[in-house]
Ligand binder design. Structure first.
Ligand SMILES: *Cc1c(COP(=O)(O)O)cnc(C)c1O
Length: 398
């Protein structure tokens, strides 16, 4: 079968919830992907901010192969060695207290929401609670995660009004404060909004949320699924702000391609959930946790977050130059290897992404006419140069 046949069969057999690009990706090598016809692509999407280590990292691949031969799955009725090791690594890196492993980011969000609800319930036994979430946020597609996702486009048709969180303006502390009621059990936000268009939180906003949650004795949840794990140049994005959450969610680069997520609780939130309150069959299985361990080991050995910070600064300078050169680029935001360029409405970001794909460059859009740059964290300055060269060709034609 050739690429066209696979695309036809994909359309025939896979439920159509995506408009996919007409490309079948077959293998990866470093920062490049290859399609089924052997065409090479420079990858500035990393499978949506997932493949931090690049493709074909030997130590990572070997760790997975070893674990496959040893033990792929047990259940959470037993302990397993990779899970214990991975939990310890996450706790030590985050200076939080305990970890629950999930299979995805969405499930990490579900768990985090349950922690906040249960924390409130344990105090007063009332059953009616509200969350405050942010406009333009994204937390996942299940009913619970969607209920706190500030985007009508995703919610409509699925989440009735009464189940939706109360939404506040991101980076507007007064707006959040005005929405707190005695039903509020938690505030959830991304430290850097990803899908919404790459909007970093302002330091005063996060500090204010922390203070507010302490005063009201409610839980602060930071969704670090996209911005965490080194992408912003520190292990977790909130490290840069010196503000700690009560619950943090992780996924995407946590397993670097093996589907795994986690929510992490601090001392205050620990104990909200007790045996029987939450569970999962796959979550934290030895295979997934071997991936987490290999990621942490590679991060340490290769100083991946520090590298992301350094290359991120280079990327920043290059994108700033583009912004100065082309007047249809209206904004540039982000931190380290999570950056976005916003385009004026007359220049659709989607068309630029399509043109890039034809020229062998994978880019992704986000939010309202933004191109998002979330490459593997191991990219080098020369890869940034190659990306910029291709992008400039496209912008010159545009
Ligand atoms: C991707 C993402 C999610 C959802 O994670 P899945 O693994 O797709 O379920 C949640 N929050 C943020 C910030 C994300 O970027």
């Amino acid at each position: 079968m050739n690429q066209k046949d696979y695309i036809e069969q994909g359309e025939k057999y896979i439920l159509k919830t995506y408009n996919r690009y007409p490309v079948v990706l077959e293998k990866g090598e470093g920062v490049y992907l290859y399609d089924a016809e052997g065409k090479r692509y420079l990858d500035f999407g990393a499978g949506i901010a997932v493949f931090a280590l690049g493709y074909g990292n030997k130590a990572y691949n070997d760790a997975l192969k070893d674990q496959i031969d040893k033990l792929i799955h047990t259940s959470n009725l037993f302990y397993n060695i990779p899970a214990v090791e991975a939990a310890k690594k996450i706790v030590e890196a985050s200076k939080m207290k305990k970890v629950f492993f999930t299979n995805s980011g969405t499930e990490a969000i579900e768990g985090a929401l349950k922690v906040a609800r249960k924390y409130a319930y344990n105090k007063d036994k009332t059953k009616d609670y509200e969350f405050i979430a942010m406009d333009q946020s994204f937390h996942g597609r299940s009913q619970g995660a969607l209920s706190v996702t500030g985007n009508a486009h995703y919610q409509d048709g699925f989440i009735p009004k009464e189940f939706r969180a109360v939404f506040a303006k991101f980076n507007d502390l007064e707006d959040v404060k005005s929405k707190v009621t005695d039903k509020t059990c938690g505030i959830i936000c991304e430290v850097v909004q990803g899908e919404g268009g790459i909007y970093p939180a302002e330091p005063e906003f996060l500090k204010g949320l922390r203070k507010l949650c302490d005063e009201k004795d409610i839980l602060l949840i930071f969704d670090e699924i996209q911005c965490g794990m080194g992408r912003c140049g520190s292990m977790f994005a909130h490290d840069l702000y010196g503000v700690k959450p009560d619950v943090m969610t992780l996924a995407k680069a946590l397993g670097c391609g093996v589907p795994v997520g986690a929510f992490v609780v601090n001392d205050k939130a620990d104990g909200a959930l007790v045996p029987g309150d939450h569970g999962t069959t796959y979550g934290g299985n030895p295979f997934a946790c071997a991936a987490i361990n290999a990621v942490f080991e590679q991060f340490e050995e290769k100083k991946v977050p520090e590298h992301a910070k350094a290359v991120g600064e280079y990327l920043w300078d290059q994108l700033e130059q583009l912004k100065d050169q082309y007047d249809f680029i209206s904004g540039h935001r982000g931190i380290a290897l999570m950056q976005g360029l916003e385009f004026v409405p007359e220049k659709p970001a989607g068309e630029i992404v399509n043109a890039a794909l034809k020229k062998g460059l994978i880019l992704m859009t986000a939010g309202n006419n933004v191109i998002r740059f979330v490459p593997p964290l191991v990219i080098e300055e020369k890869d940034v140069d190659e990306m910029i060269r291709i992008l400039k060709e496209i912008l010159d034609e545009a």
